[in-house]
Design a protein around this ligand. Sequence first.
Ligand SMILES: Cc1ncc(COP(=O)(O)O)c(C=O)c1O
Length: 380
Amino acid sequence: MKNRNIPIAGPWVTEREINYTKEAAANGWYENCSYWNNKFENAFSKYVGSKYSISLPHCTSGIHLSLEAFDINQGDEVIIPDITWIATAAPLKYVGAQPVFADVNLDTWCICHDSIEKLITPKTKAIIPVDLYGSMPNYSEINKIASKYNLKIFEDAAEGFGSEQNQKMAGKFGDTGVFSFHGSKTITTGEGGMLITDDEKIYERILFLRDHGRIPGDTLFENSEVAFKYKMSHLQAAFGLGQIERAEELVEKKIKIYKWYKDRLGNNELIVLNHESNNTKNSFWMTTIIFSDKLNLNKKELIYKLSQEGINTRPFFNPLSSLPAYKNSKEAKKASLRNLNALSLSSRGLNLPSALCLEEEDIDYVCQKLLKILSQYTLN
Ligand SMILES: Cc1ncc(COP(=O)(O)O)c(C=O)c1O
């Protein structure tokens, strides 16, 4: 039998991306130096339906710039879900703001709006909801809370590319929306990110902040503020243009992978797969399982056993409040006692291989091995 090595995540690249990148390497200089970024940004805006898109070196810079553009500062509080990648929270430290960790819903795995409202104080300035693994929180409720308390929303759609709620694309539910094009994501530029907004003033402010405090077009090098350098190279933008032009087939493939899993695991009472609700199209960046708390099973052991079969998986994110990185934070201590859904999901959750190169036969293999391993465990 051949040795299997089934990847967890990875891109689908065609001649289109390769040719655009070659072309950019050969000719994207001198008077053409903005050509590929403009093309990529325009195509992105068209796909998500935003007025403005700004290509960036990564999504983390998009979160940082959102905080800067809305003057979120030292001592301000920003509510984020306890379950997410640390990149949602890290930029708060860059500006001196305090992350406040809200619990997530058991079904969507995304930030719970009831939990948000309980955490609001006079210092709260913004919410950063996250479209976890392609799922989406209830944005109409989050918007009501934001309006009631005059809070900004920065939508972290790093994992939500191609998802929709009430026919509106992920990324469009906040004052800004940010995406990641890391190599593991549904569309990639190797590393990279995009910030979208419909607000012209914010768009202009972010263009200024991300180029060392220069007004676009400035040729006199007269910086009026000390700011940041967050630009995407034109080589990456050319690659990204090829990917965004193929957005529909990339998202469809993710959905297909999920459906292959659902056909094989969907009826198993010991497993719950990603949520599908009526008003949300989930683009399933990562097909994920939560195994039953009735199973006498340790998540790390399951990851190890699958790896012995050549199957790469990832743990469901740990609650941020439980991470060593936040061990000195009083807020994290309180959150780790209060966010019971986050704790419960995290202890039983696993991302299954969801790379765009996978075929049905690979998913078949993963499911057979997974079910066999699960059958060796007893019920509590
Ligand atoms: C939820 C979430 N937010 C933010 C990021 C940061 O993206 P980047 O690595 O492009 O900065 C990621 C990336 O994995 C993510 O999953």
